[in-house]
Write a protein that binds this ligand. Structure first.
Ligand code: SF4
Length: 687
C-alpha cells in the first residue's frame, strides 16, 4: 500500500510468471515499477498470487545488465561494448560458422519470457537469415508432449477449454499438477468450486494441498501414469460407464481398445501402480459419472519417458466419457510459463511453422509472405542441439530469456556438450548461469515491464503486454535485437518492422486461425484462438474446442498405449525415487524471484523426505544432506514432510548455486524427447 500511494501511472499488462495469464496494473513512478495490483478480469477475478503481485523487484536489481558485452570463448572477463560492436561481432561469428560448417551448425532458442511477436521473429531469423530449422523453445522441457498428444488425437495441440469454465465443472481430475503452488489463481478457483460441491480426484505421488480436498487421491508410483489411466479406461469399459452416444457419434477404435484394455484391469496393475484397485475403480466411476468432468494436468504427466503417451492415455478417458467439446470438460495442460504456449505456437519448433502448421504443408504460404525459400528438412530440437554440440556438429547457440544450462536435466552431460560450442549468445536481464559458464556474447534485454506485445496463456487466450517503464541503459526489447542482427546479416527486407504491432500483423497473415486477433480488438478484449478473420471483424474466438469436430475431422480414435517402464529404476544403492518440480515462491531458474522479497519467503531448495524414512536414517529436519544419483550429487537442506511417501523424495530446482539438475537422468520422452525430471534414483546421506 505505501508503494502504491507513490504511483504516478498505472499500465494494464499481463503477468510474466505462469501460464494462467493474470491481468494486472503495473504502477510506476520516475521510470521505475513500484507496485503491481490485480485487475478485474475473467482469468483472475481481481486476484494475483505472491509471484505476480510482489516479485517485480528484479526489474531494478543492481546487477541488471544494461550494456552489451563480449568475451573470449575461454571464459575470461566480460567487457562492455557498444551495440554496434556486439552486433557486428555476433553477425560475423554466425556468418563464419555457417560458411564453415553449414547452417545446421547453428541453433536458436525462443523464449517463454518473450512476446509472441519476438518468438515469431526468432524462428523467422533461424529459417530465413541462418537457413536452418534448428529452432526450439523451453516447451521442449515441459509441455511439448501435451501438444504432441493433443494434436495427434484431437487435431489441435493445445488446451481444449478456457479457465472461464472452471465453475461449470462437476468434477476435476488433476493429474501430475500442483496448481496451489504453480498456478495459484487456477488452484484457488478449483478449490472454491470443490468447496461449493464439485468432486475432485487428484492423481499425484505427493499429497499436495489440493489432495487434502479430494474425494480420491491416487498416489501413483512415479512413472506409472500410463498403467493407471489404462486401468481407469479398462474399468470404465468393463463397468459400462461409457458415454455410449458420444462414442457412437465421434469415437473410433472402441472394439480394438476394449480388447487392449483387458490386460490393464485395475486388479492386474494395482501393484505396479502403487494404488489399490478399488481406488482406481472408484476414480473411474466418479470421473465417468460426473457431468461434465474437467481434466487439468501438469509436468508430472509430461516429464517421463512415456510423457506423450501418458497424455494420450488420459485423452482416452475423455473420449470414452464424452468429456470434450462442452463447458467444464476437456483436457487442459497447465502451462508453466507465461508465454510458453505462444513461443511454440509462433513457430519456435523444429518441424512446425507459426500456428503449429507442419513445415512440409505450410512452406509455400510462408515463402510467399517472407519472400524467400525456407529450409526443407526438419531441424533439431533442443535436446538434439545439445547432442549435436557434444558430437561437434552444432557450433553456435542463441538463447534468449532462457537459462538453458540451469534448466536441462543431467547437467554434467549438458556441460560437456555446451563446452564444445564456439559461440553462445545469451539475451537476458542478468548474467544467468548459461552466460556465466558458456556465454561469449551478451545482449541486454528489456523486461516485460519495458516492452509491448502479446502473450498467449495456457488456455489459448491472447492478451496484450504493455510497456510501463523505459528499459535501463542500453537494454532493448528482443524484437529490436533480432531485427538488428538480421539486418547486419543482410536481411533488412523482412526484418524492418517499426514495432510489435507490425510484426503481429505479419503473424496474422501467415496464421489463418489467428487472423482475427487484431491489436485493435486486443486493446479492449482478450480472445482465444482459433479466431479467423471475418468480414465484420468480430469473430468471438473459440474458448472451447471440439464442439462438433476435431479440427475438421468428425471422429477421433482411441489410442492403445502399452506401458513401458522407465530404465531409471531404484535399487539397493539408489533406493529413493526423486521427483523435481517448482514451488510457490520461486520461478524456474530463480533469475527473477531470487532478486527480491520472495528470497526471504523461501531461501533455499529443500529435499522433502517422509517422516518414516527420516527416522530410519536418523535425519533431523533442517540438516544438510548429500543426495547422490548415478549422474551427480548435490547438497540440500532436508525437510521432513508427510506430503511424500516413504521411498520417494521431492525437491525444487530454483537456486542457481545448488544445481539440482546435476542429479537428473539422461532419459527422455520416447516421442518428444522431453527429459524425465520426475524419476531419478538417488541415495541420501548426512553431510
Ligand atoms: Fe502470475 Fe500465474 Fe500468479 Fe497469475 S497465478 S499472478 S499468472 S504467477
Amino acid at each position: 500500500a505505501p508503494a502504491a500511494a507513490t504511483v504516478t501511472q498505472w499500465t494494464r499488462s499481463t503477468c510474466v510468471y505462469c501460464g494462467v495469464g493474470c491481468q494486472m496494473d503495473v504502477g510506476s513512478r520516475d521510470g521505475k515499477v513500484v507496485a503491481v495490483r490485480p485487475a478485474e478480469h475473467p482469468v483472475n477475478h481481481g486476484h494475483l498470487c505472491v509471484k505476480g503481485r510482489y516479485a517485480f523487484e528484479y526489474n531494478h536489481a543492481p546487477d541488471r545488465v544494461t550494456t552489451p558485452m563480449l568475451r573470449d570463448g575461454d571464459g575470461g572477463a566480460w567487457r562492455a561494448v557498444s551495440w554496434h560492436e556486439a552486433l557486428d561481432h555476433a553477425a560475423a561469428t554466425l556468418r563464419r560458422i555457417r560458411d564453415q560448417h553449414g547452417a545446421d551448425a547453428i541453433g536458436v532458442l525462443g523464449s517463454a519470457r518473450a512476446t509472441n511477436e519476438e518468438n515469431y521473429l526468432a524462428q523467422k531469423f533461424a529459417r530465413m537469415v541462418i537457413g536452418t530449422n534448428n529452432v526450439d523453445c523451453c516447451a521442449r522441457v515441459c509441455h511439448t508432449p501435451s501438444a504432441r498428444a493433443l494434436k495427434a488425437m484431437l487435431g489441435t495441440g493445445a488446451a481444449t477449454n478456457a479457465f472461464d469454465d472452471i465453475e461449470q465443472a462437476r468434477c476435476f481430475l488433476l493429474c501430475g499438477c500442483n496448481p496451489t503452488e504453480n498456478h495459484p489463481i487456477v488452484g484457488a478457483r478449483i478449490k472454491q468450486a470443490v468447496l461449493k460441491g464439485a468432486a475432485l480426484i487428484v492423481v499425484d505421488p505427493r499429497r499436495t494441498e489440493l489432495a487434502e480436498y479430494a474425494q480420491i487421491h491416487l498416489a501413483v508410483r512415479p512413472g506409472a501414469n500410463v498403467l493407471l489411466f489404462n486401468a481407469m479406461a479398462a474399468a470404465i469399459i468393463e463397468e459400462g460407464l461409457l458415454d455410449q452416444h458420444f462414442v457412437a457419434q465421434r469415437v473410433d477404435g472402441l472394439e480394438e481398445f476394449t480388447a487392449f484394455s483387458r490386460a490393464y484391469a485395475p486388479e492386474a496393475v494395482s501393484g505396479q501402480c502403487g494404488v489399490a484397485a478399488a481406488d482406481i475403480r472408484a476414480a473411474a466411476r466418479l470421473y465417468a459419472s460426473s457431468e461434465p468432468a474437467m481434466c487439468f494436468h501438469g509436468l508430472g504427466m509430461t516429464e517421463h519417458t512415456q510423457g506423450t503417451e501418458g497424455v494420450m492415455a488420459l485423452i482416452n478417458l475423455a473420449l470414452l466419457t464424452g468429456n470434450l467439446g462442452r463447458a467444464g470438460s476437456g483436457i487442459n495442460p497447465l502451462r508453466g510459463q507465461n508465454n510458453v504456449q505462444g513461443s511454440a505456437q509462433m513457430g519456435c519448433e523444429p518441424a512446425t511453422l507459426t500456428g503449429s502448421q507442419p513445415l512440409a504443408q505450410a512452406r509455400a504460404r510462408f515463402e510467399a509472405v517472407w519472400g524467400g525459400a525456407l529450409p526443407a528438412t526438419d531441424g533439431l530440437d533442443l535436446m538434439q542441439m545439445l547432442d549435436g554440440a557434444a558430437a561437434g556438429k552444432v557450433k553456435a547457440l542463441w538463447a534468449f530469456g532462457y537459462d538453458v544450462y540451469m534448466s536441462m536435466a543431467n547437467q554434467h552431460a549438458s556441460e560437456l556438450a555446451m563446452r564444445q560450442l564456439e559461440c553462445v549468445i545469451v539475451q537476458d536481464l542478468f548474467l544467468n548461469e548459461t552466460a556465466r559458464a558458456f556465454g561469449t556474447v551478451f545482449f541486454p534485454a528489456a523486461s516485460v515491464f519495458e516492452r509491448d506485445g502479446t502473450f498467449m496463456n495456457s488456455d489459448r487466450r491472447v492478451q496484450r503486454v504493455r510497456q510501463a517503464v523505459p528499459p535501463p541503459g542500453d537494454a532493448r526489447p528482443d524484437w529490436w535485437i533480432i531485427q538488428q542482427l538480421a539486418q547486419r546479416m543482410g536481411h533488412a527486407q523482412g526484418f524492418s518492422f517499426d514495432g510489435p504491432q507490425a510484426v503481429w500483423n505479419e503473424v496474422r497473415a501467415v496464421w489463418p486461425a489467428g487472423a482475427g486477433l487484431s491489436y485493435r480488438r486486443l486493446e479492449t478484449e482478450s480472445l482465444h484462438w482459433p479466431c479467423p478473420q471475418r468480414d465484420d471483424d468480430a469473430h468471438p474466438g473459440t474458448p472451447i474446442l471440439h464442439g462438433d469436430s476435431f479440427a475438421g475431422a468428425t471422429r477421433a480414435r482411441l489410442a492403445q498405449i502399452p506401458y513401458v517402464a522407465t530404465p531409471e529404476q531404484c535399487d539397493r544403492e539408489y533406493p529413493f525415487a526423486l521427483m523435481t518440480g517448482r514451488g510457490l515462491y520461486h520461478f524456474n531458474a530463480g533469475t527473477m524471484t531470487y532478486r527480491g522479497g520472495n528470497a526471504q519467503l523461501q531461501a533455499s531448495d529443500l529435499l522433502d523426505m517422509a517422516p518414516a524414512d527420516a527416522a530410519r536414517l536418523g535425519l533431523a529436519d533442517g540438516v544438510r544432506v548429500r543426495v547422490r544419483s548415478r549422474y551427480g550429487e548435490v547438497e540440500l537442506p532436508l525437510r521432513i514432510s508427510p506430503r511424500v511417501k516413504p521411498g520417494e523424495l521431492f525437491t525444487t530446482f530454483h537456486r542457481p548455486d545448488l544445481h539440482v539438475n546435476r542429479l537428473t537422468s539422461p532419459y527422455r520422452d520416447r516421442l518428444a524427447h522431453t527429459p524425465e525430471y520426475k524419476v531419478t534414483a538417488v541415495c541420501v546421506a548426512p553431510v
